[in-house]
Design a protein around this ligand. Structure first.
Ligand code: ATP
Ligand code: MG
Length: 349
């Protein structure tokens, strides 16, 4: 019998999903889901993880659960093929995290480069909530409780997957080898691994407010794109421009196909020609922004329209989340028995 693999991915319900999620993970998930090559795809809405830095804003996390679910469904996640569930509804995750806490040192947690950045960003450096610092451990529980081996993510998540592999190896050596080592699945296009925000500096991130959301209205998208940072030294149209650290060109690298030129900018054949002209000088920012706007509008229109339809039946979305959570819970409750047995704490068999 062919041995199909399990996928686990997820998002924090801290806001609606944005273009970074779309190219970094969501688009790929839909392709994986439809490939038929995987046994199950678990998609976790990580509310408990979101509470680690939003413990004083529970309402925000709660309200965004359904927003994230709407974005999933609008992008083509099919609840008949994928299991969408809510993290807090699976208490087995807490139990597993509790056992894993013993396998990781404090200094190891503090070395995690993504955590270092996030602590700085949140101003937590001088008073670190333990829950926040240990979220990579709970993320290891998310992955391993579902036997997931394939984890589609952006590159900010690589340290988390590495941490998970370390925990798996420790556990399997100490107890019984019942855990699977996961592997990240990064987008093919390296510009999609960490899409920058509209500011052109940081990664596009819900917490930074530098996003184009999948649900943004056409006028909002246009306004955001037209105000994007480009090359600060490209002052006059004639000036030679830099395409490398230029967010507009990075987005074009992520989204543009040759067909788009035929349709919206027929005087160029492809992106290389456009880049060459910009570098030579004589190509204005407004023109490239208008081109990018046409491409993004085309990509997001069907998603926004599907989302609007789904918004008219929120009860159905909650039903999907409830069914998915029940299904995930069933898997988790079997696996946790295996875990207790491996550790040797199944006293009343
Ligand atoms: P927050 O600011 O609350 O952390 P976020 O925007 O970073 O939100 P997450 O929910 O943390 O979003 O990330 C979910 C998934 O999306 C992860 O796999 C992450 O790697 C991916 N992702 C997030 N932002 C980007 C981005 N700008 N480019 C590519 N992938 C991204
Ligand atoms: Mg994040």
């Amino acid at each position: 019998m062919e041995n199909k693999k399990i996928i686990l991915t997820g998002d924090r319900p801290t806001g609606r999903l944005h273009l970074g999620h779309y190219v970094g993970s969501l688009k790929g998930r839909v392709e994986l889901q439809n490939s038929g090559e995987y046994d199950n795809i678990f998609i976790e809405i990580a509310d408990a993880q979101a509470l680690t830095d939003n413990f004083n804003n529970v309402e925000k996390v709660k309200n965004n659960i359904v927003e994230v679910a709407l974005d999933y469904l609008a992008c083509g996640i099919d609840p008949n093929k994928s299991t969408i569930f809510i993290q807090s509804q699976i208490p087995e995750l807490c139990e597993l995290t509790f056992y894993y806490l013993n396998l990781v040192t404090l200094s190891r947690l503090q070395r995690n480069p993504t955590i270092k950045d996030e602590l700085k960003l949140r101003g937590f450096e001088n008073s670190i909530p333990v829950g926040f610092l240990t979220y990579p451990i709970s993320q290891a529980a998310d992955i391993t409780l579902f036997d997931a081996e394939v984890i589609p993510v952006g590159d900010d998540q690589l340290p988390m997957i590495e941490q998970t592999r370390e925990i798996v190896r420790s556990f399997n050596n100490l107890y019984k080898p019942i855990l699977k080592e996961p592997k990240e699945l990064l987008p093919d296009n390296d510009k999609c691994m960490r899409l920058p925000g509209l500011d052109g500096k940081n990664k596009m991130s819900k917490s930074l407010g530098n996003c184009i959301y999948l649900s943004d209205e056409p006028e909002v998208i246009e306004k955001k794109i037209m105000s994007m940072y480009t090359d600060p030294n490209h002052l006059k149209v004639e000036d030679p421009g830099n395409v490398k650290d230029n967010a507009v060109f990075i987005y074009l690298d992520a989204f543009c196909k040759d067909e788009h030129f035929e349709k919206y900018l027929p005087e160029y054949k492809n992106l290389d020609e456009l880049k060459a002209h910009y570098e030579r000088g004589g190509l204005g920012d407004v023109k490239i922004k208008r081109f990018l706007n046409s491409i993004i509008q085309e990509e997001l229109k069907p998603i926004r329209e599907r989302r609007k339809e789904l918004e008219s039946n929120i009860d159905k979305v909650y039903e999907i989340l409830k069914n998915g959570s029940n299904k995930a819970k069933e898997y988790a409750s079997n696996k946790i028995i295996e875990v207790r047995n491996a550790i040797g704490i199944d006293y009343f068999k």
